[in-house]
Design a protein around this ligand. Structure first.
Ligand SMILES: Cc1cc2nc3c(=O)[nH]c(=O)nc-3n(C[C@H](O)[C@H](O)[C@H](O)COP(=O)(O)O)c2cc1C
Length: 264
């Protein structure tokens, strides 16, 4: 029988999170449910190019093109072996624009149709925002990252540091950080094709992107910390999202790593 690490039996998942168990059950592919996907696929096929492109979102906002030559990265195996979550005080040297450009390029950006992270059915339900608080070469503010244009489009010019700290459960994690990459889900891009399973896909895809960001942060010697301890409505509000269609699903704090304790 499946057991917990301490040997005790694994509980029925419905005991802890009945809605999650319900969602999981209802998002399983089955022969009859899979067959039902054919109709929505055809219905939404025509929208695909527009969905994939995401081209003009915030297109009128003032933009910074992050076409900096990406910094060279160590081989993937080395980065994977070195990656750690950054806990504690952030280092003194600010993150640079080129470091951030490299991180976003590796995790999210593309100049062609294909992106670094895979997306179920090519629906690309995950969007990327960046709250810049202390990055050398960039004004503080909240930006939308347009993945194809490699552009940071500024949607709020105010320094978001105080509001970010307020929306986080452990504000000390943000003290001295350089930027927070905030990934949002536009769920209907995926659910319109995959119904409940599209919700799973959106979260999975945010995880794919998040890993790319963490590894590339390691590659440019920055620190990264995935942060789930935020107040959702407040962070959604900070990004001015229309919560009926889009919500924050993941966030990654970036900053100067500083000295890592020996052996960690
Ligand atoms: C989805 C997700 C959410 C996380 N949220 C937090 C968080 O809110 N606060 C925090 O200190 N660490 C957070 N972490 C980091 C984990 O605590 C960390 O990955 C774990 O302890 C393993 O350590 P490592 O990343 O250094 O290997 C999160 C990690 C993931 C993947």
């Amino acid at each position: 029988m499946l057991a917990q690490p301490d040997g005790s039996p694994v509980s029925d998942p419905r005991a802890y999170a009945p809605l999650a168990a319900e969602l999981h059950e209802n998002s399983k592919f089955s022969r009859d449910r899979q067959a039902n996907f054919a109709e929505p696929v055809q219905r939404f096929e025509t929208d695909l190019d527009r969905l994939r492109g995401g081209g003009d979102r915030f297109g009128k906002a003032s933009a910074v093109v992050l076409d900096d030559e990406p910094l060279p990265l160590a081989p993937l195996g080395e980065l994977a072996a070195r990656r750690r979550s950054h806990h504690g005080t952030w280092g003194d040297t600010p993150l640079t624009r080129r470091s951030l450009a490299t991180i976003l390029r590796v995790g999210v950006g593309t100049t062609g149709m294909h992106r670094p992270a895979p997306s179920a059915g090519g629906r690309y339900p995950v969007e990327c925002f960046v709250a810049v608080t202390d990055v050398d070469g960039l004004d503080p503010g909240i930006y939308y990252y347009a993945p194809h244009a490699l552009e940071l489009r500024r949607i709020d010019p105010d320094d978001p540091a105080a509001a970010l700290r307020k929306s986080c459960m452990q504000p000390e994690d943000l003290e001295g950080a350089g930027a927070v990459v905030v990934l949002t889900g536009v769920f209907s891009r995926s659910t319109s094709k995959y119904a409940e399973r599209g919700y799973r896909f959106t979260l999975l895809e945010a995880g794919h992107i998040g890993q790319g960001i963490c590894l590339s942060a390691e590659g440019v010697s920055a620190g990264s910390l995935c942060l789930s301890g935020f107040y959702d409505h407040e962070l959604d509000g900070l990004l001015r999202l229309d919560e009926r269609v889009e919500s924050v699903v993941h966030s990654i704090v970036l900053g100067a790593a500083g000295e890592r304790p020996a052996g960690s």
